[in-house]
Design a protein around this ligand. Sequence first.
Ligand code: F6R
Length: 612
Amino acid sequence: MCGIVGYLGKKQACPILLNGLKRLEYRGYDSSGVALINGGLEIHKCKGKVSDLEAMIGKKNVVANMGIGHTRWATHGEANDPNAHPHTSNNGKLVIVHNGIIENSDSLKKLLLTKNYTFTSETDTEVLINFIEFVKKEEKVSLDQAVRIALNEVVGAYAIAVISLDDPELIVVARLGSPLVLGLGNNEFFIGSDATPFLDLTKKVIYLEDGEIAIISKNGISIRTIESDLPVDAVIHKLQMDLDSIEKGGYDHFMLKEIFEQPTSISNTISGRLNIKNCEVRISGLDEISDNLISADRIIIIGCGTSWHAGIVGEYLIEDLGRVPVEVEYASEFRYRNPIISSKDVVIAISQSGETADTLAAIKMAKSSGACVFGICNVAGSSIARESHAGAFTHAGPEIGVASTKAFTAQVTVLVMIALYLGRKKENLSEKRFREVAQELKMIPAKITSMLNLDPKIKTIAKLLDKATNALFLGRGFNFPVALEGALKLKEISYIHAEGYPAAEMKHGPIALIDENMPVIILAPGGGLYEKLLSNIQEVKARKGKVISITGCDQTEVKEFSDAVIEIPETIECLTPLLTTIPLQLLSYHVAVQRDCNVDQPRNLAKAVTVE
Ligand code: F6R
């Protein structure tokens, strides 16, 4: 993970770098640092948040027009000052920031030790910058050539930015497997792991591709391939994002803002894509692979974490409405387990960030086996969006809070539309049913708006959980994956151990855990399995567990047996996940706030998991 930034131009670099790092903190926040050149080399770095770095730099007059910076999510070595980036080479002249993992750093380090190199950190990054220095000295080449030659010996993933005291008007950047975006201003250049660091400074960007190196100087940017040193024609894109979309807008936390944005984000996901009159889903990416989809033997959905949960909802939807067999896999398992994949498979890869290393690698593997890959991503220009044969953006807007909320409901919304598309194309879904689901989908944003009014009530219910050490989330059918998602939300931001289970599985083990200290959150929104869920609630009550039910307005029996009830508006069963998810997000949020946890930046986590 980690976030990297850079600046070269006429302005003061330090505030631009610090501001950029704050926007990238969702990628890691163990430590941070900046390196600036102006005559000499100035490095400031420390353990902790970017605000700690900012306080450390304080009122020091750091004058420089170029520099690089980093916010870290620890991989090699604990989060402390020596391991914080930037790292400097032994001659004190070369400096690097790095996002990724150098897998052969041990062997490179052994080589460097024989050449009397010394190391002050435990990081793979310090090995890399010394290896670049070694190559530069041995081969007697320029900085960019030294970086390129060194990277040809590297195994692993990286996005790097390198500067040198000897070339004070040059930044060399390169990427393989970790994202890197270059911003083009007026005689000034920006570098970021994504475009947010310079969103207010330029809208013109170049997405560096895997295997490319860029040499940034005051005269412009030249891009070449790392392997063969061949020139690459850069494509300049125009950013659509604006600054408001990445700020808190009066909310205490990004997570809360993003929960409340869901009526808008889901409307944006649907916008222009549903033609109810003609019973059509208009997603150009689906049309591009329409033949593959129609003739597919099966669909394999891959993703990680919350995106994997959305994938399970997708499995239920696509099998129900589209009648196509679906398998859902953790991308991390899929890529390493020698699965049987053929050109008759369509793989749907789901990722908010579009940068998750395991999902990206699984896509590459599926493609090499001949499968057609459809990406569902939130971030335009991301690696997964570009690696897929076709895709659909979720249009949820930037998600900054580390716990995924609006991205999940947007992913599920896209999956509903894919299920509808398949149902009609394969003639498995009647026009009547299409219209029923599509019309109801369009009503979901308004129903979520009405549910958000329950926030004060949910805040009170959260008190039932704030002293708990464990919690159980139960759901069935379409709401089984929502139970998994509810448990994940609670554990990641409030550090309460939580498990999600299909409700019927409770009696096969988890029931042993239930006593008066165990809160059980039960998703019973009505529908075919309602009676069975009612029995589950009674089973929990019989063992003195505390029941919080998420249920429909008409389900009076549930209310009788529950310690707390949150009602959702009426909808059709297959769309209930889009509603039942909302109170679970709010519940986790309030529990975390009541426990004084860092909601937007939970410990040990990062927003984009660009390492295995
Ligand atoms: C949980 C969460 C993670 C991500 C997972 C995949 O709230 O955010 O579990 O869902 O790391 O990330 P993406 O969707 O970016 O591939």
